[in-house]
Design a protein around this ligand. Structure first.
Ligand SMILES: [Zn+2]
Ligand SMILES: [Zn+2]
Length: 431
């Protein structure tokens, strides 16, 4: 065994992921894939190599924890359908890898995929290939398929009117009844997914439903959560409505995805019960800000839903922002990237949070240490001795420049330099 390389990052400002201030002119010493020291004035002799980031702002690697990587590179719902249903798993895998590596080069060192309809186990294979070093990519956390009722938000058959063609979108995560969903969760477990995701309510992107309508029965909700827990997996649910959230919380759900129409009282209940929220706030900007130009870019039925729900979306966002500011609710960073607008840039959630009244350090915390808690990775999201070395740097200061996260200057994942300025390195072993 050769000696483990020691890299010294000579940093300008450092946000460590926890403290809501910068450490000025701090240095970070990395040995192998771990951080061993974070302090001022570490001598260059301590390292085999020094990287000068003295004019940069350094943060832990960001986390995108509500992604849909399989929807890569499409511009509208019919094109996404084409990608999901008519391409081979191999083609999809290549698209997912491209998408994941773009996120990595933009400073996102961990991506959690809240998947969509796809019969195979492409996401699981890609996760394992990345962690085995066969291909490059961010850390990839996957749920496999997300459970939903026949005809519900996750059932793509609703976009296909010909019953002879509909079966192409049939997959085991869709069904009805507690027994069906128990079997489905165990099938996901069999394939070793990281968490269980399911849809309780309708949504904005599907034409025939209301986001606040509860689609799943109480028995189905209970069966999914209990089975997930018996498989030692967290259960997280796509929810908008108060009634659904309260039922899911009552049955022990671990997290809520979106929650964009919840009342202040339901956020309080989630906080009290230790249930996390991944609000995907930027996905609802169209409904909050009612920008006509933005609304014209989505299908008419979707724009109409945003208009109808405008007041509720605003009230809900205010309550959420209060919780983020007070640190009373565990909130994660996710964009819903890939669900409808796949090229929605992942930095947008940061800008939305700050535009909505979240202070920049709190927003950075959401994107790093808070999201690390949600994906149960206490070894990530915090720049401190003993933690894994996922470290990124920015040319501009995100605390003073709203758009700073649009341009990432440096990426280190697991102690290996992935990107330095314009140069992108291959980190995996060459076969
Ligand atoms: Zn959703
Ligand atoms: Zn989603």
């Amino acid at each position: 065994m050769g000696k483990t390389e020691r890299i010294l990052l000579h940093c300008g400002k450092v946000f460590d992921g926890i403290q809501e201030r910068y450490l000025e002119q701090a240095d970070i010493l990395v040995e192998g894939n771990r951080i061993v020291q974070v302090e001022q004035g570490i001598p260059a002799e301590a390292a085999d190599r020094v990287i000068d980031l003295s004019d940069k702002v350094v943060t832990p690697g960001l986390m995108e924890i509500h992604d849909h990587a399989v929807g890569y590179h499409n511009e509208n719902v019919p094109a996404i359908l084409n990608e999901f249903l008519l391409k081979t798993p191999t083609y999809r895998a290549l698209g997912i890898l491209r998408h994941l590596n773009e996120l990595l080069e933009h400073g996102f060192t961990l991506v959690r995929d809240c998947c969509y309809v796809e019969r195979g186990w492409t996401c699981v294979d890609i996760r394992d290939a990345i962690s085995a070093g066969i291909v490059d990519g961010p850390r990839y956390v996957v749920c496999g398929h997300s459970g939903g009722i026949d005809g519900g938000h996750t059932d793509l058959r609703q976009f296909i009117s010909d019953p002879d063609v509909q079966p192409v979108a049939q997959s085991p995560n869709l069904g009805s009844g507690a027994a069906h969903f128990q079997k489905w969760v165990r099938t996901e477990f069999l394939h070793n997914v990281d968490f269980i995701k399911f849809h309780i309510d309708g949504g904005f992107a599907t034409p025939h439903d209301d986001p606040e309508h509860r689609h799943m029965s109480e028995e189905e909700i209970q069966a999914i959560i209990e089975t997930a827990h018996s498989c030692n997996r967290k259960a997280t649910a796509h929810i908008y409505g108060d009634e659904s959230a309260r039922l899911a919380i009552q049955h022990g759900v671990d997290g809520i995805e979106h929650g964009a129409l919840l009342s202040p009282e339901t956020y309080d209940l989630a906080a009290e019960k230790g249930v996390y929220i991944v609000p995907t706030m930027c996905f609802f900007d169209r409904g909050v800000f009612l920008d006509e130009d933005e609304l014209s870019r989505v299908p008419a039925y979707m724009a109409e839903k945003y208009r109808i729900k405008h007041e509720k979306l605003c009230r809900s966002r205010e309550a959420l922002v209060r919780h983020i500011e007070n640190g009373t609710l565990l909130v994660g960073y996710g964009t819903d990237l890939g669900a409808v607008e796949p090229m929605l840039p992942a930095w947008r959630e940061y800008e939305t949070m700050v535009r909505s009244g979240v202070t920049p350090f709190k927003a950075l915390k959401v994107a790093t240490s808070n999201s690390a808690k949600i994906v149960e990775r206490p070894d990530l999201g915090h720049l401190a001795p003993g933690k894994l070395a996922d470290i990124v740097a920015w040319d501009q200061d995100p605390v003073t420049e709203l758009k700073a996260l649009r341009s990432c200057a440096f990426v280190m994942k697991d102690g290996k330099v992935v990107k330095e300025g314009e140069r992108v390195y291959k980190t995996g072993p060459r076969l």
